[in-house]
Structure formats: C-alpha cells, structure tokens
Design a protein around this ligand. Structure first.
Ligand SMILES: NC(=O)c1ccc[n+]([C@@H]2O[C@H](COP(=O)([O-])OP(=O)(O)OC[C@H]3O[C@@H](n4cnc5c(N)ncnc54)[C@H](O)[C@@H]3O)[C@@H](O)[C@H]2O)c1
Length: 402
C-alpha cells in the first residue's frame, strides 16, 4: 500500500527566483504543491496571483493555480507531509569566495526530524561538488529510508517557466528506485531527461556556468585589447562572426554578472583548490570591465569635473533582478572618479534614482549599465554615451581612438 501524503511536492525556498516558477510548473500539471519559505514577504503577492519578480508568462499561470493546487507557508513541518521535497535555497560564496555551506547544512539538520517513510529529497540548488552525498549521509541518520537526488536548475533568469518545459532535465541519484521516482516527476515537464550520478550532475552544472562565464570573459578581454589600441572591437566582432559558423555563438562584450555565473565559477575554483586558472582569469577580466570603461572614458574627458549617469542597474537586460549587478560596481568606480553619479533603471526604483529623461538631462556622459530594449528609443540629446554592449544604433564614445 503506497504511503499517503497531504501534498505531492514541497518546495523549500519556493518563493525564490527558481523555486517559484518550479512550484507553479508542477502545480499547473495538477500536482498539489506547497511552497515553504523562511521569508514570507512575497507571500501576499503570490497569494493574490501576482509574481514578486519578472518571469515570462508566469503570472497568468500563477493566477490559475494559486489556492487550487498551489499553497504557501513558513511552516517547516510541511516537508514531512509531501511525497517529494525539493530544496532550492540560495547557495552563495562567502567573502573568501568559498562556498557558504552552513545554511544548507543547517537546513539539512532542520529537515531531518520531519522526514518519514520513503520520501525523496531533491536538491535543486547549484551545489559544491559532494554536497548531495553529504546531505544524504546526514538525512539517513534521521531516516534510513529517505533518498536524496540532485537535479540542477539550468533556466535563464526571467524565462524560468518557459525553459522548464524546453530544457532537458538532469536527474541524478544514488539508487535507481529514487531516480525513477524523480524521473516520474520531472517527466511532467519534459520527456527529455539525462540521468547521471550526483557528482557528475554537480560538475555538469558548475562546468556549464563556468563555461559561459569564461566565454563572456573572452569577449570582454578582446574588447579591452582592441580598446587599448584604439580599435573599435564591434567592427572586429562583425568581421569575426560574419557568415563564419564556427564563431556563431561568440558572445558580445558586456557585464557578466548576476547571482550565478561568478559564484558558480568560484565554487568550482574552490573545489579545485584554487587551481581553476581559467575561472580566476575570467573573474579578473569580467569584474575589471567597469574599471576599464571608466579608464577609457577618462582618456577622452575630464571625468572628475563631470556628472556621470548610469542607465540600467539590473544585472541583465529587460529584467528586474539587480543581484550582483556590475552596474553597482560601475557606480562605485564612478563615485571615486567622476564629479557625481546618477542612476536610473526601467524596472527597479531605489531612493535617489532618476527618471530616464532627468538622468539624460543631468548627465554629461551616460553609461549603459543594462541594455533594456526601451533605451534604444531614447533621445540622448547628442550626449556622449558609453555602450559596451554595442546596443545603441549610433556611434558611441569608446568606438575609435581617444
Ligand atoms: N536565479 C537563477 O536564474 C538560477 C538558475 C539556476 C540555478 N540557480 C540556483 O538556484 C538556487 C536558488 O537561487 P534563486 O535565484 O532562486 O535564489 P533566491 O534568493 O531568489 O531564492 C531562495 C529562496 O530560498 C529562501 N530560503 C533561504 N533559506 C531558507 C530556508 N532555510 N528554508 C526555507 N527557505 C529558505 C529565501 O527566502 C528565498 O526565497 C541557487 O543555488 C542558485 O545558484 C539559480
């Protein structure tokens, strides 16, 4: 006789950027899902059918499932009432760029006493290699029947609900029975699944993000080399990629930031005892781009006597997510190097932020921090603009020799 549970799925960290779309997706497939989160600040929005952050297409589905198959609580005991327990809390790095493992360890100890029977705990956060096994060893002390699997999330921020159905799902576990149970769940989203051992899956996720981070660093380093010699990199980029299939996915330069790529590259670096030289090189290049832009601008104008403006503070275009955005680092550098600094963003507002029109009116030079599509149509009043992204349809300040 199969065990009965009040919920099919409990998502711990379910109010977050990964947890909420995942919860909505399973609830939309008819599963009874409970979001468990320690931070209930987003609950009132979620419970009124509104997304607390931008995610393409998610709000309409949320409104359809909330209070029907989707519920939210801060009560940790719901973990013991759910057939599957998915963990998708943040897994940051600390001030030494090492993985911050304490939160996950604490959660594991808190979760243990609630688990009963043959529940499957699915880790969905990005993990420092070996974490799935450690988590499993701890939980087994509470309940030898419980199994732990790892299924990394690979969505792009802002497109989670869409990509949950279009990307293959990686499913890993230590025993085939648990893997089969998890496959049953994730096949609700897609038939395209890949099965691995947990350490393989942990590395799959970290290699994927590190690879992307390094790709962006190559583009950014080439941009800086060209800039140092007064060459417009974007002309070189067009030449490199024009009808040349082997460079079809070569990225453009731009700020490579956000809550994942940097910290996952550093997690891999910590795992290799700091021998991941490519990863560290990529970090120095990507994190140095704001400084490079300011230095290049200083070669062209007396920045310290001028007012600088940053348009776009989020970590990527057409998003409301500012986590680890390099626009804030650019602001810090400009605060040291320019007369004053103004900020504006199309999707977030903070104390002191200006409207786009006011920022353009007040600033002597404007930096594009995030290339939100609507900025293309702005009237920059002929003011100099620094556009690392090559997104604006007119020549900008750093194109060509100083
Ligand atoms: N954001 C992305 O695009 C993305 C993509 C792929 C993978 N990931 C990975 O997914 C994980 C989560 O990222 P995120 O962007 O959703 O983070 P987030 O900060 O948006 O969400 C995490 C949620 O977990 C909650 N939480 C923290 N500790 C908790 C606890 N002990 N119990 C219950 N809830 C708790 C927080 O309140 C928050 O709502 C990270 O490991 C990240 O690397 C993120």
């Amino acid at each position: 006789m199969p065990e009965s549970f009040e919920y099919d799925v409990c998502v711990i960290g379910g109010a977050g950027h990964v947890g909420l779309p995942l919860s909505i997706a399973f609830a939309d497939k008819g599963k009874k899902v409970v979001i468990q989160d320690i931070n209930p600040s987003a609950f009132s929005l979620i419970e009124s059918g509104k997304m607390p952050f931008m995610d393409k297409g998610a709000e309409a589905v949320l409104a359809r499932v909330i209070h029907k198959t989707l519920f939210a609580t801060t009560d940790p005991s719901v973990a013991g009432k759910s057939r599957y327990v998915i963990v998708v809390i943040g897994t940051p790095v600390d001030g030494h760029l090492n993985p911050e493992l304490r939160t996950l360890n604490r959660l594991c100890e808190e979760l243990g006493p609630y688990l009963r029977g043959e529940q499957v705990v699915i880790l969905r956060s990005t993990l420092y290699p070996g974490t799935t096994e450690r988590f499993r060893n701890i939980l087994k002390k509470f309940n030898p029947k419980v199994e732990v699997c790892f299924c990394p999330e690979r969505i792009a921020q802002g497109k989670a609900l869409e990509e949950l159905h279009s990307l293959p799902q990686i499913v890993s576990g230590f025993v085939p029975e648990a893997v089969d149970k998890v496959l049953d769940l994730f096949r609700l989203l897609t038939e395209d699944t890949v099965t691995l051992m947990p350490l393989e899956a942990e590395l799959t996720k970290l290699f994927t993000n590190s690879y992307r981070y390094i790709q962006f660093a190559i583009a950014n380093q080439f941009y800086m080399i060209a800039g140092d010699y007064g060459v417009d990199f974007h002309r070189v980029y067009e030449a490199m990629t024009h009808n040349y299939p082997r460079l079809a996915d070569f990225p453009r330069p731009g700020f490579a930031s956000g809550p994942c790529l940097f910290k996952d590259t550093m997690q891999l670096s910590a795992f290799t005892n700091n021998k991941f030289f490519l990863g560290h090189g990529a970090m120095l290049i990507n994190e140095g781009l704001p400084n490079f832009l300011v230095e290049q601008t200083k070669k062209r104008m007396r920045l310290r006597d001028l007012q600088a403006g940053i348009l776009g503070m989020t970590f990527k275009a057409d998003s409301d997510d500012k986590r680890d955005s390099l626009s804030y680092k650019l602001r810090k550098v400009l605060e040291m190097e320019a007369g004053s600094v103004h900020c504006s963003d199309a999707y977030i507002h903070e104390a002191g932020f200006l409207t786009e029109a006011d920022l353009i009116a007040e600033s002597d030079v404007i930096f594009i921090g995030a290339p939100h599509a609507r900025y293309k149509g702005l009237d920059f009043r002929g003011k100099p603009v620094v556009d690392v992204w090559d997104f604006l349809p007119f020549p900008t300040l750093l194109t060509g020799a100083p």
